[in-house]
Design a binder for this molecule. Structure first.
Ligand code: NDP
Length: 247
C-alpha cells in the first residue's frame, strides 16, 4: 500500500498547473485532498474529475494572502477529515520585471502570495501537526530561489525566502517529527507566465517555456515521492529541471 493512501493533503494553488497536477497524482494514490485557490469553477471541475476517477477531494475557495482564510481552510480540513497530514504550499505568482520599472503593486502581490501565503499556510497547520507529533509541510520554491535572472530580483527574493523559511522550520520542528520539503522547479509549462505585464519580456519567456518546459506532472511525481517515504525519512530539498535547461 502506498504511504500516500488515506493521507489528508491540503494543496494551495490547486486550480491550475503544478497544484492541479499534484492533486491528480496524489488522488490516484489514495490521498484525501483539500483543494484551495481563488477560482471556484476550476476547483469544482477538478473535484469532479478526481471523484469520477474514484478519488476523494473537497475544496474551499481561499486567498492565501489572507491569514484568516488560511486558518479557515485548515479548520475545514480538520472538520471534514479529522487531521492534516500534508500541507503543500504551492500557490504563487511571477510577474517578472526589472526593479527600475517600479511595479510596486506587482512586488506587493508577490510578497503577499509567495512569502506571506506560505507563512500563513504553515501557521494554519502547525498547531495540529505539533499536537499529533506528525506532519509534512511541502513548500514550492523555484530554480529562481537558487539563482537570480534578469528581471527576477523580486520574484527570486520571494523564492529565496521560501527556502530560508522552510529550512528554519525544519530545524525548529525536527524534534516534533514534522517533515519539511522544498521543491524547486525549473521551467514548467503552466499559466504562471500569464502575469508578466511587459509584453516583450513575456513573449521571450513564453517562447523559452514552449521549447524547453516540461509538464507539471513531473513536479507532481516529485511531491508524491517526498510524501511516500517512510515517516522517518525526510526529503528536505529537490531541484527538478528539464534535462535541457542549463541555468
Ligand atoms: P499557475 O499559474 O498555473 O498556478 C498558480 C496557482 O496559484 C493557481 O492555482 C492560482 O489559483 C494560485 N494562486 C495565485 N494567487 C493566489 C492567491 N492569492 N490565493 C490562492 N491561490 C493563488 O503556475 P504554476 O503551477 O507554475 O505555479 C505553482 C508554483 O510553482 C508557484 O509557486 C510558482 O512560483 C512555482 N514555480 C513554477 C515554475 C514554472 O516554470 N511554472 C518554476 C518554478 C516555480 P487562482 O488564480 O485560482 O487563485
Amino acid at each position: 500500500m502506498s504511504n500516500i493512501q488515506n493521507k489528508v493533503v491540503i494543496i494551495t494553488g490547486a486550480s491550475s498547473g503544478i497544484g492541479e497536477a499534484t492533486a491528480k497524482e496524489l488522488a490516484s494514490k489514495g490521498a484525501k485532498l483539500v483543494l484551495a485557490a481563488r477560482r471556484e469553477e476550476r476547483l469544482k471541475k477538478l473535484q469532479e474529475v478526481i471523484q469520477n476517477s474514484g478519488g476523494q477531494a473537497i475544496f474551499k475557495v481561499t486567498d492565501v494572502a489572507s491569514h484568516g482564510q488560511m486558518e479557515e481552510l485548515a479548520e475545514y480540513a480538520l472538520k471534514e477529515f479529522g487531521k492534516i497530514d500534508v500541507m503543500v504550499n504551492n500557490a504563487g505568482v511571477m510577474p517578472l520585471s526589472p526593479v527600475h520599472q517600479k511595479k510596486i503593486n506587482e512586488w506587493d502581490t508577490m510578497i503577499d502570495v509567495n512569502i506571506k501565503g506560505v507563512l500563513y499556510g504553515i501557521a494554519a497547520v502547525i498547531p495540529s501537526m505539533r499536537e499529533r507529533k506528525e506532519g509534512h509541510i511541502i513548500n514550492v520554491s523555484s530554480i529562481a530561489g537558487h539563482l537570480v535572472f534578469p528581471a527576477s530580483a523580486v520574484y527570486s527574493g520571494t523564492k529565496f525566502a521560501v527556502r530560508s523559511i522552510t529550512e528554519g522550520l525544519r530545524i525548529e520542528e525536527a524534534s516534533n517529527n514534522i517533515r519539511t520539503t522544498i521543491i524547486s522547479p525549473g521551467t514548467i509549462t503552466t499559466e504562471l507566465l500569464e502575469a508578466i505585464s511587459d509584453p516583450e519580456l513575456k513573449s521571450a519567456i513564453v517562447e523559452d517555456c514552449k521549447s524547453n518546459g516540461i509538464e507539471p506532472a513531473s513536479i507532481a511525481r516529485a511531491i508524491g515521492f517526498a510524501i511516500e517515504q517512510p515517516s522517518d525519512v525526510a526529503i528536505n530539498e529537490m531541484i527538478v529541471r528539464p534535462t535541457i535547461q542549463e541555468l
